[in-house]
Design a protein around this ligand. Structure first.
Ligand SMILES: *[C@@H]1O[C@H](CO)[C@@H](O)[C@H](O)[C@H]1NC(C)=O
Ligand SMILES: *[C@@H]1O[C@H](CO)[C@@H](O)[C@H](O)[C@H]1NC(C)=O
Ligand SMILES: *[C@@H]1O[C@H](CO)[C@@H](O)[C@H](O)[C@H]1NC(C)=O
Ligand SMILES: *[C@@H]1O[C@H](CO)[C@@H](O)[C@H](O)[C@H]1NC(C)=O
Ligand SMILES: *[C@@H]1O[C@H](CO)[C@@H](O)[C@H](O)[C@H]1NC(C)=O
Ligand SMILES: *[C@@H]1O[C@H](CO)[C@@H](O)[C@H](O)[C@H]1NC(C)=O
Length: 278
């Protein structure tokens, strides 16, 4: 009887201990999400009315229950933040690198705002990211190559920003990528074939994904940079210069012929004169 009681006590202690350990880990991950959202908020210079729900109390526990959040635009799953949807929310400011603390984030949509500055490269730490929409903002700098570390990415929408530099070819290695739009930026260089063509040779993303970047070139856009000379212009210049040189040569030949003809005529005249004198 006594031993049974002791065993029960030990079992109870074990349960309590493991529970405490579990909740410590739980608090830690909750802390990551809180740190993430607090960072996101503090990087914003102007927060549309909706973000008044992002109170300091609310930010301490971003997820109430398993799927609810008191914070506008925040989606939870199993007590963790899995989506941030703040499209067209009148946000200005920058994207905080703290975003990478939302380690289970799957959906990020902060499109159609007035966000500026770079896309933080540590966005590549978001291993479960499925969809990223940063379109219609004023973001500048390069497209971070680190995005290619988000292996589950299905959709990358960066259209209508001020992004510059080349498109990292590593993005073409994302196996699940079904949607890709970097149109209307300031990107330059050759379009990576891994994004324009599939491994089987068919087209992967068409020109609507790439248009509106004046110095981006290669299939599916025209081969030469639009800012440089088009193929038609090059052929035209070639033909025109050929024609000009043809005319010049022809004229020169005619002039030479006429001069030598006159020379001959003069000489002939002299000879006949000499012959007449003799
Ligand atoms: C944000 O996007 C979702 C779907 O992507 C759309 O249903 C919603 O209307 C958008 N919100 C605003 C404010 O445009
Ligand atoms: C988490 O946020 C803190 C505070 O903003 C930051 O210093 C840290 O780099 C972030 N962690 C990651 C993985 O980005
Ligand atoms: C991204 O957001 C814009 C508007 O904010 C929308 O038009 C576009 O369809 C979205 N892209 C994706 C891949 O959902
Ligand atoms: C985040 O990614 C950077 C590289 O982009 C890496 O150096 C860093 O260790 C990562 N941090 C975490 C917490 O994963
Ligand atoms: C991609 O496909 C186009 C059209 O089929 C073809 O002209 C081009 O050579 C291909 N590029 C590469 C690198 O395979
Ligand atoms: C490009 O592809 C998209 C999606 O696959 C399609 O909706 C669109 O009509 C295509 N545009 C052109 C110009 O082919």
């Amino acid at each position: 009887m006594r031993t049974r009681k002791a065993v029960l006590m030990v079992a109870l202690l074990l349960v309590l201990f493991s529970k405490r350990k579990g909740s410590a880990a739980f608090a830690q991950t909750l802390g990551d999400d809180a740190m993430c959202l607090q960072g996101v908020l503090s990087a914003l210079a102007s927060k549309g009315g909706g973000l008044s729900s992002w109170t300091s109390t609310g930010l301490k526990t971003p997820c109430l229950g398993s799927s609810a959040s008191s914070l506008m635009g925040v989606g939870c799953n199993n007590n963790r933040v899995y989506s941030i949807t703040l499209n067209a929310s009148k946000l200005a400011g920058t994207i905080s690198p703290s975003l990478a603390n939302c380690t289970l984030l799957e959906t990020l949509d902060i499109s159609s705002n007035r966000l500026e500055g770079p896309i933080p490269p540590n966005i590549g730490n978001l291993s479960y990211l499925v969809s990223v929409n940063l379109s219609n903002n004023h973001l500048d700098g390069n497209i971070p190559v680190e995005l290619s570390m988000c292996a589950y990415l299905n959709a990358i929408d960066l259209h209508a920003n001020q992004l510059s530099g080349p498109i990292p070819s590593q993005l073409g290695l994302l196996q699940r990528l079904k949607f890709f739009d970097v149109s209307n930026n300031k990107l330059f260089g050759a379009i990576p074939p891994t994004l324009s063509n599939t491994s089987t040779g068919g087209p992967r993303f068409n020109m609507s994904s790439f248009k509106g970047n004046s110095d981006l070139y290669g299939y599916p856009l025209p081969v030469e940079p639009a800012g440089g000379l088009s193929v038609v212009a090059i052929v035209g210049i070639g033909l025109a210069s050929g024609l000009v040189s043809l005319i010049v040569t022809f004229t020169a030949a005619c002039v030479w012929l006429r001069v030598t003809e006159q020379g001959f005529a003069a000489q002939e005249g002299k000879i006949s004169q000499l012959m007449a004198e003799a």
